[in-house]
Ligand binder design. Structure first.
Ligand code: SF4
Ligand code: SF4
Length: 490
């Protein structure tokens, strides 16, 4: 037992120290601002909210999700900045149009985030669940609203036990109405990423939504309300597939919120003892249950790592606040690994093979994605050489090849694409010189190239097909092709 702890127990009321302010019941702790809380005993978890480092981190990360409500209303060059137009198979991201042929960039983005999830889990367990998961964030918002309407956890537990009356009905009605509204706004904002957001509002008031939109908005809205408001922590414990697989990504070096059992046990409440009474040999845990009371999934971390723990760190905030009040070092519950408790030194993060592999794949995905985004042109040209016939011998001795030119306009403006061809001397070509291509569409035209036989020295002569956007001449693409001819006998 630490000297400080002994002092707490020995205090005989003469020194003005901590026990001086207490009587010998649970009031001991209440006097110094520590409430003795009942442990969660089944039913809905009504977690207590207290401030602290991890609570602040949670709110900061949650704001990112909440900002996504505004995403569909951002404008860029007069258009919706983020629009995943599935109907036209185009993704618009701040002026950049990603068409199906560029979908690999989205695959790289997904790969990056999947590996980020794996790497963060290997380093610090269910970080995603605790701080960034949609379910956790919405559950936090829903329970915050519940607290504002129905009061602190003890009041909510009492209210649950009270038979329905007008007052209770009013509170419940208000709460469910706000929850329902948030559910609706969630699904509405989701759908607004796939269609024009402002138009979606207008069509709602005119009752012009399609069946798919209506189905998704009602279905997803209800799911948000049900999972975040009604099922809450049961979603994390019973339904989430990630919770099931994350065990494969952690090892003995993964740091997770852990109760320091050697320091904390045997636990017991602080009390005044008589001078001749034996000092109880207790650890630093004063059994106040605050760590359990703040846990959004109702876990008692003192019983060891549990499936329901989403590693949110709120029990660390709670216990640190208690340690501060009883003047003990913080960290009775802290982020720690099994290796640390086994007395082994934790290697630096960048020396752990699992983390190295995850980060290497993430770097590959990020580099490829950035390369793709920075080199992506808003014009894409494909020249398909006619196979049947490969060439035509003209009556004047010229040889003719035919191509189908396809120009993809990835910009947000109408494109006027001019086609020209460079090759051996005497080359002539016929094509629709300028083709008009609508944004996100493909324009096609036929190109006929003729070269006098005497200018050809091989069966395959290199050609350069040039396509320039007349609105923006920097927007150009050169397509290398070959002109095919029969064997030339000199
Ligand atoms: S035990 Fe602690 S870290 Fe785990 S979910 Fe509960 S409060 Fe969060
Ligand atoms: S671990 Fe900390 S918060 Fe939990 S009961 Fe013990 S002293 Fe209280």
């Amino acid at each position: 037992m630490s000297d400080n702890k002994k002092d707490l127990y020995r205090d005989n009321g003469q020194t003005g120290s901590l026990l001086d302010q207490m009587d010998t019941s649970n009031k001991n702790l209440e006097n110094i601002g520590i409430e003795i809380l009942p442990v969660h005993a089944g039913g809905t978890v009504h977690a207590k909210r207290i401030g602290g480092t991890f609570r602040t981190i949670k709110w900061v990360l949650a704001s990112f999700w909440l900002a996504l409500f505004l995403g569909p209303y951002l404008r860029w060059d007069g258009h919706q900045a983020l629009l995943f137009d599935l109907g036209n198979r185009q993704f618009h991201i701040f002026g950049l149009t990603i068409l199906p042929q560029d979908i690999w960039i989205l695959a790289m983005i997904l790969l990056f985030f999947a590996l980020l999830l794996a790497a963060s889990t290997a380093i610090a367990g269910r970080l995603w669940c605790g701080y960034a998961c949609f379910q956790t964030v919405w559950m936090d918002v829903f329970t915050w609203i519940e607290e504002k309407i129905e009061g602190q956890p003890n009041k909510r537990i009492q209210l649950e036990a009270t038979p329905m009356n007008f007052e209770k009905f009013k509170m419940k009605f208000k709460k469910h109405l706000i929850w329902g509204f948030i559910g609706f706004m969630t699904s509405f904002s989701f759908v607004a990423y796939f269609t024009d957001a402002l138009d979606l509002w207008v069509r709602m008031f005119r009752f012009e939504w399609g069946a798919t939109e209506t189905g998704i908005i009602i279905g997803l809205g209800f799911a948000s309300y049900f999972f975040a408001g009604i099922l809450r922590e049961q979603t994390c414990i019973g339904f989430c597939p990630y919770a099931r697989i994350q065990g494969a990504m952690i090892d003995t070096q993964t740091v997770v919120p852990t109760y320091d059992i050697d320091r904390g046990e045997p636990r017991g409440r602080i009390k005044r003892i008589k001078p001749d009474e034996e000092i109880p040999d207790l650890g630093d845990c004063i059994d106040c249950n605050l760590c359990v009371a703040v846990c959004p999934t109702g876990v008692d971390i003192r019983l060891g790592q549990q499936f329901g723990c989403i590693t949110c760190g709120l029990c660390i905030d709670a216990c640190d606040s208690v340690m501060e009040k009883i003047k003990k070092p913080k960290g009775l519950i802290r982020y720690a690994s099994l290796s640390e408790f086994a007395g082994q030194k934790l290697p630096a993060i960048w020396k752990r093979p699992r983390v190295i592999v995850y980060v290497a794949i993430m770097l590959f995905a990020a580099t490829t994605m950035l390369w793709g985004l920075t080199t992506m042109s808003s014009i894409d040209v494909k020249a398909l050489h006619d196979r049947s016939p490969l060439y035509v011998l003209m009556s004047n001795g010229d040889i003719q090849n035919k191509w189908t030119i396809k120009v993809v306009n990835k910009s947000a403006e109408v494109m006027h694409a001019e086609i020209s061809v460079e090759g051996p001397a005497g080359l002539s070509y016929v094509a629709e010189k300028v083709i008009t291509v609508q944004p996100g569409n493909v324009g096609a035209t036929t190109l006929l190239v003729k070269i006098p036989k005497k200018q050809l020295t091989s069966t395959k002569t290199p050609l350069l097909i040039k396509v320039v956007d007349l609105n923006n001449p920097l927007n150009a693409e050169n397509y290398k092709s070959v002109f095919l001819s029969p064997k030339i006998r000199k």
